[in-house]
Design a protein around this ligand. Structure first.
Ligand code: KE4
Length: 432
């Protein structure tokens, strides 16, 4: 494949944009080479600036659940464009969006629109702190909740001690209020809660993790967290920015039957436009300004164009439950086919899979938390990623990410993926 145009654009981009990209993972640092600069996309396909075509298994990190440039969403945007792009004043469409989210995610009784998943999560913990009057939060190693200061915290020395900044610019004071514990370890959470009695405002997690690669909750883990938070008066926040409207209409909380106190949303909610949201119990959300004292605001929150795009996508998903059966079936085919391929080349690596999200880890051991995910062979992953890219398959450029399937992936495209997967695995044997 020729990537000359991407290489030239990357050279140019680095002169005006930090690292040449507007979000770090796009720079291909974990897999080497030049990031592919995209020119257009339609359905299952991405087209880069060199005219190369790829079958897309990232779908803008989740939002393109119905495939790229979906005609329905395009029509919804075209319809509202003539009415101007933003008012900075309330609109009926925002009420329609809020009412639809509440219908689809019953644990949400009130919801506030924002412009990204990061805004949603940083706002949600501020509200939980304001509502409880407590300062600390508990998060899990390997879970990513956007780039808010309180989340860029590495685990402290002991599993239940206070965190340390995981990025320059995050203060020790902020780190002191975040406790980081291992995912799927209920005992560590119990200990953290006991050691910080009556000081923890919220516990936030990805109910199904996508950001250490795909890691599902162990049996009883979510129920255990629910029970623990209820008894300790801790606000349980499900960060469903990835899983919301993807794993089920009501997200992971519907799939696993666990009701959080608050939920954060993003990606699919905007149909590809910049939208996030946070919501939850009425008595918690009524502490948000101007109903209550916890301040949060946004010039473009509830933007009319973004609301139109998001509404068209959510209305479709709400009215077509068969989408989830389709996504799950095609994902099952991909995962079973990969497992057969791995066995056929004697590389029985670990695949974690929930619904239309899955990850291939280059380790033979189970992956149940960040420590076990980090045992993957990153060198081999990098070679695998580039081998698939050369074969026209666009994957996440990091071992610690998940894939997202769209309804545009047909049986035939799944077969193409599996052929490329087998050929690439065979190429990897020389490195074992
Ligand atoms: P944004 O601010 O990127 O819209 O959302 C942050 C966020 C919050 N919560 C979860 C569970 C998330 O996965 C994300 C963002 N996901 C990443 C993918 N790992 C987006 C890709 C990127 O950072 O460019």
């Amino acid at each position: 494949m020729n990537h000359t145009a991407s290489q030239q654009l990357f050279q140019r981009a680095q002169k005006s944009i930090p690292g040449g990209v507007n979000s770090p993972v796009r720079a291909f640092k974990a897999v080497g080479g030049t990031p592919v600069f995209m020119k257009s996309a339609k359905g299952p396909y991405l087209f880069d600036e060199d005219g190369n075509q790829y079958i897309d298994f990232i779908n803008s990190w989740g939002p393109m659940i119905l495939g790229h440039a979906c005609d329905m969403v395009q029509d919804a945007i075209k319809e509202v464009l003539p009415d101007s792009f933003s008012y900075g004043a309330p609109t009926e469409r925002e009420i329609e969006m809020a009412e639809l989210i509440i219908r689809m995610v019953p644990s949400i009784e009130k919801v506030r629109m924002v412009n990204s998943g990061t805004e949603a999560t940083m706002s949600a913990i501020r509200v939980a702190r304001g509502y409880t009057g407590r300062d600390k939060i508990i998060k899990f190693e390997g879970c990513y909740h956007g780039h808010g200061d309180s989340f860029l915290i590495a685990a402290g020395s002991g599993a239940v001690t206070l965190g340390v900044p995981d990025s320059p610019g995050v203060t020790k004071g902020t780190a002191n209020d975040t406790i980081t514990v291992p995912y799927n370890n209920l005992d560590a959470v119990k200990q953290a809660v006991a050691v910080n009695e009556n000081q923890v405002a919220a516990l936030i997690l990805e109910p199904v993790v996508g950001n250490m690669g795909l890691v599902p909750p162990a049996d009883g883990f979510l129920a255990g967290l629910r029970e623990l938070c209820t008894s300790a008066g801790i606000v349980l926040i499900f960060d469903e920015v990835m899983t919301g409207f993807r794993l089920a209409r009501g997200g992971a909380q519907e799939l696993y039957g666990i009701t959080p106190d608050m939920t954060t949303l993003g990606k699919i909610i905007g149909g590809g436009l910049p939208v996030g949201a946070y919501g939850g119990k009425k008595e918690i959300m009524d502490s948000v300004a101007p109903a209550g004292p916890v301040y949060q605001a946004g010039t473009l929150s509830g933007n009319p164009i973004a609301m139109a795009a998001g509404l068209s996508m959510l209305k479709f998903l709400q009215g077509h439950d068969e989408v989830y059966a389709y996504l799950n079936n095609i994902s099952d085919k991909l995962v079973h086919g990969m497992r057969d391929n791995l066995r056929s080349v004697g590389m029985e690596y670990t695949i974690n899979h929930v619904g239309s999200m899955f990850s291939l880890f280059f380790t033979r051991k189970p992956v149940t938390d960040f420590e076990s995910a980090k045992k993957s062979n990153l060198e081999l992953f990098s070679k695998y990623f580039n081998g698939m890219l050369q074969r026209g398959i666009y994957l996440a450029p990091s071992q610690f990410e998940t894939l997202f399937i769209s309804t545009a992936i047909t049986d035939d495209l799944a077969d193409q993926y599996l052929e490329a997967n087998l050929a690439t695995l065979k190429d990897l044997r020389q490195y074992l």
